[in-house]
Design a protein. Structure first.
Length: 205
């Protein structure tokens, strides 16, 4: 009989690639999880288009009898894509959601350049700081454990802009926007949240 497995789906951000998530994925695997390092053409199409494809992946895993639980770990725009995918329907086996440097309250870069690239990449404009942008209209994902880690030196998504609606915990790690993907301490915090729904170290650890 096959062993049941907890699967963590990872999703990169704008202009990213699964290779950027590989080190984090390996650290998560070393902690006993299976991983699916999902990639998408982030610079073409809207957040909703990407979210629909991610929702298909989550549904596939939800229907897989080998998978006992599904978690989601994302970076930057990948977090908004993941959030939107879950708004389409939360898998029955879904567990926890960790977002690294998500533009939950918008990105200044998207505000500055989003309208310019709108014809090719509408997803960027959806991440702007405007009050009517997609990210600023997001609603909480009721009943889910959501943890967020911002970056202290993030000039793309300042820590204050990385909050998400209904988040359970929000931490700020040292480094730049992409550096959090490669830090061992951030990976350890992600794994703690996946295991027990908190970034905090347990007493005595």
């Amino acid at each position: 009989m096959a062993t049941l497995q907890e699967t963590v789906v990872l999703a990169h951000g704008l202009c990213g690639h699964p290779i950027l998530m590989r080190r984090l994925a390996r650290r998560i695997e070393a902690a006993g999880f299976d991983t699916r390092n999902w990639g998408y053409q982030s610079i073409v199409g809207s957040v909703e288009r990407h979210a629909a494809k991610l929702h298909e992946v989550l549904t596939e895993l939800d229907n897989d009898p080998i998978v006992s639980r599904i978690h989601l770990v994302t970076h930057s725009m990948g977090g908004i894509v993941g959030w939107s995918a879950l708004r389409e329907g939360i898998p029955q086996k879904f567990g926890r959601f960790v977002l690294l440097t998500p533009p939950g309250r918008g990105s200044w870069a998207a505000t500055t350049f989003g309208w310019i690239v709108q014809p090719i990449c509408p997803g960027v404009n959806q991440l702007s700081t405007r009050s009517d942008s997609l990210v600023n209209l997001l609603e909480p994902l009721e009943g889910l454990d959501v943890g967020v880690i911002g970056a202290s030196l993030d000039f793309v998504v300042p820590p204050a802009n990385s909050h998400m609606p209904g988040e359970r915990e929000h931490e700020v790690a040292s480094g730049l926007h992409h550096q959090v993907l490669f830090r061992a301490d951030v990976a350890a915090a992600v794994i703690r949240f996946l295991h027990r729904g908190s970034f905090q170290l347990q007493e005595g650890c």
